[in-house]
Design a protein around this ligand. Structure first.
Ligand SMILES: [Cu+2]
Length: 133
C-alpha cells in the first residue's frame, strides 16, 4: 500500500495553464500542441511514474513522436520509456486529443517533436520530457 500513497507536499509547480493530476498512480499531464510549440515543455516527471500525456492540437493537425531512449544513450540499451500503447507516434487532428501512455523507467532527457507536417517551422516544433531519478 505504502508505495501508492501520494506525497503530501506536491512539488508540482508547472505553468499555470498546465493542470497535472494523479489518478490511480497515473500522472496525467495535459499538453497543447500549436504552431510551433508544445506546452508545457520541458515536462518533468519522476522515474518510475506512469505517465499519460493528453495532447491537444489547438490550431492545426499536429503529431507527437517521442524517442523511447534518453539523449546520449546507446539505443541498443534498455528502453527508457515503456509504452502501454503500441506505438510512440500519434497524429492529432485539429481540435482533437491524443493520449500517449508510458512508464518513465530510466532517468534522462527524451526529446519529442511534431511528426505531422504543420507548416513552415514544423521542424522546429520540439519539446523535452525530463525523467528525474
Ligand atoms: Cu508539425
Amino acid at each position: 500500500m505504502a508505495a501508492m500513497l501520494p506525497l503530501t507536499s506536491s512539488t508540482v509547480a508547472g505553468p499555470a495553464n498546465a493542470s497535472p493530476s494523479e489518478t490511480e498512480g497515473v500522472r496525467v499531464i495535459e499538453v497543447t500542441a500549436k504552431k510551433y510549440e508544445f506546452n508545457p515543455s520541458p515536462i518533468r516527471v519522476k522515474q518510475g511514474t506512469r505517465v499519460q500525456l493528453k495532447i491537444t492540437a489547438t490550431d492545426h493537425a499536429h503529431g507527437f513522436r517521442i524517442k523511447p531512449f534518453p539523449d546520449g544513450v546507446d539505443t541498443k540499451g534498455n528502453v527508457g520509456l515503456v509504452f502501454s500503447s503500441p506505438q510512440d507516434f500519434q497524429k492529432i487532428e485539429k481540435g482533437q486529443m491524443a493520449t500517449v501512455e508510458f512508464v518513465a523507467q530510466t532517468p534522462g532527457t527524451y526529446p519529442f517533436k511534431c511528426c505531422t507536417r504543420c507548416g513552415w517551422h514544423h521542424r522546429a516544433m520540439k519539446g523535452q520530457l525530463i525523467v528525474e531519478p
